[in-house]
Each structure stands twice: as structure tokens, then as C-alpha cells.
Ligand binder design. Structure first.
Ligand SMILES: [Fe+2]
Length: 270
């Protein structure tokens, strides 16, 4: 499990309160302008833009120097290995980590991890971290005046089964403010990390909830300029997952564009 001081906190943490000078209207105009520019461009983009001006600190969150190729084989020698014995089944239930029940809407989030050909990705380590129902993270840099829930830490992990399925029981996170601009709020989301088979394949993304009114206003969500690619991050409410007098249910599948198996095959052909 990642430590509380690093990976468990949000990557969208504001860098400084000085970033908060712009209005939502100004940021929304920039989002609209870039969206229009994308629609006219005719080239499909499926990933977030790493330089996306409405997301003010995005320029600081990616390399600005030339990248150097490294040998994945060498990195793997130094990376930790995850075995079945390291992941307890109880770690997938974020509502039972303390003495009492956390406050909020209890829910199940489940889905399948699939490779680019639709095959299940088995025994995949899936980690999640999220704010509590009030939109508050357990982290020293999150000091906005929403209550900490003593019964909710907001981190969990599990392994996918033979069908590629992961499943978490948790609390629906609340939206929360950040300092990108004045009155900036993030849509409710859960952060996901997938390790692949080694650190070189680690993928981190965010899952959102259907119908969130903050989608149009959020520079991080909108940094994926293609609407269809954005919508792939939104879970689906699934009444078949919802349990009688217990919790609601959401389904969200994760499709990896390239599995380790594919990479190895290409490597052998090269
Ligand atoms: Fe977050």
C-alpha cells in the first residue's frame, strides 16, 4: 500500500494559494476555446493533455527535459514484487477499516480490467484512494473546512480475479475545492492505480460518477479534450450491483491499451 504522504493523496493538490486568482468563468472560457479548437482539429486524442492551460499547474507535472530510454529488465530487478499473500481480501472493503461505519452513501464499485483485445487481465493489483463523503482527504495538505471521518481512511486495494474483475466496497466521495482558480471544485472521483506486472507499466487514472454537474467546469476532467474519451472515465449506475437495504452499485471497466503480453510479442518480432 502506498504511504499516506505520497501516493494516497490527490495528484491535483494545489501548489500554492496564488493559483486561485482566476474566476471559474475565465477558466470555463479557456476550456470551451480549447474544446472548440480540438473539434476543428480532426485528430483524435484519447489521453489527457499534459500541458492544459486551464489546469494551471499541469506544466509542472510532467518532464520538460528529453526522456532517456531505460531497460525495463533492469528496473524490474529493483521493483517490489506483489504476491497473493500480500493482499488481504478485506482490503477491498474501505468501510471496515475502523471501529465504526463511515458516514456517507455506501456503494460497491466493480468492473473488469481488460487488455486491448478484450481479454481479462488476471491477478492485477488495483489500488484506490479517495476523499470521504464530505470531500476531505486524510492528508496534511488537505485542510479545507470539511470534516474528517474517523471511520474512513479512503484507501484500498485488491487483485483482479480470473475474469479480470475487481470489486471494492466504499463510500461515495464528495466533491472538494482546490486552488486552481477561485471557487474551483473537483467532481467526485476515485483514484485508481494499476500496476500491470511491474512498475514500468503502472497506470493511474480517475473514475467519475454519472451526471456530475461539475464535469463542464473541471480543468482536469476537461484536459481530456475528446468527449468520448472523457466519458470512458464515468462509471455506470448498475441496479444489479446495488444490494437491498445495503448499498448502491456502480460498474466501471478499465481497458488497457497494451498489455505486457502484447509488448513482449512486439519485442520478440522486432
Ligand atoms: Fe482527488
Amino acid at each position: 500500500m502506498a504511504s499516506e504522504d505520497s501516493e494516497t493523496f490527490d495528484h491535483d493538490t494545489p501548489l500554492s494559494s496564488d493559483d486561485a486568482a482566476d474566476t471559474q468563468d475565465a477558466v470555463s472560457r479557456e476550456i470551451a476555446s480549447l474544446g472548440e479548437e480540438y473539434r476543428r482539429g480532426g485528430t483524435e486524442e484519447t489521453q489527457p493533455r499534459i500541458d492544459y492551460r486551464p489546469y494551471r499547474s499541469s506544466i509542472l507535472r510532467h518532464p520538460t527535459k528529453d526522456l532517456h530510454h531505460t531497460d525495463p529488465e533492469t528496473i524490474e530487478l529493483w521493483a517490489p514484487a506483489f504476491g497473493h499473500q500480500d493482499v488481504n481480501a478485506l482490503e477491498s472493503d474501505l468501510t471496515i477499516q475502523h471501529n465504526g461505519d463511515p458516514v456517507g452513501e455506501r456503494m460497491i464499485v466493480t468492473g473488469r480490467v481488460l487488455d486491448g483485445d478484450g481479454r481479462p487481465v488476471r491477478n492485477q493489483l488495483v489500488e484506490v484512494w479517495q476523499a470521504n463523503a464530505a470531500g476531505r482527504y486524510i492528508h496534511k495538505r488537505d485542510q479545507h473546512p470539511a470534516p474528517i471521518d474517523p471511520n474512513f481512511t479512503g484507501v484500498g486495494r485488491c487483485l483482479t480475479d480470473d475474469d479480470g474483475t475487481y470489486r471494492f466496497t466504499t463510500i461515495k466521495p464528495g466533491p472538494y475545492p482546490w486552488k486552481n482558480h477561485h471557487n474551483a471544485w473537483r467532481p467526485a472521483h476515485i483514484h485508481f492505480s494499476l500496476f500491470g506486472t511491474d512498475f514500468t507499466q503502472r497506470m493511474i487514472t480517475q473514475m467519475y460518477f454519472p451526471g456530475d454537474p461539475l464535469f463542464d467546469l473541471d480543468p482536469i476532467y476537461q484536459s481530456i479534450v475528446d468527449p468520448k474519451a472523457r466519458e470512458r472515465l464515468v462509471a455506470t449506475y448498475d441496479h444489479g450491483i446495488t444490494e437491498h437495504e445495503w448499498c448502491t452499485g456502480y460498474r466501471w471497466d478499465i481497458v488497457l491499451s497494451g498489455s505486457n503480453r502484447t509488448w513482449m510479442e512486439e519485442d520478440e518480432q522486432a
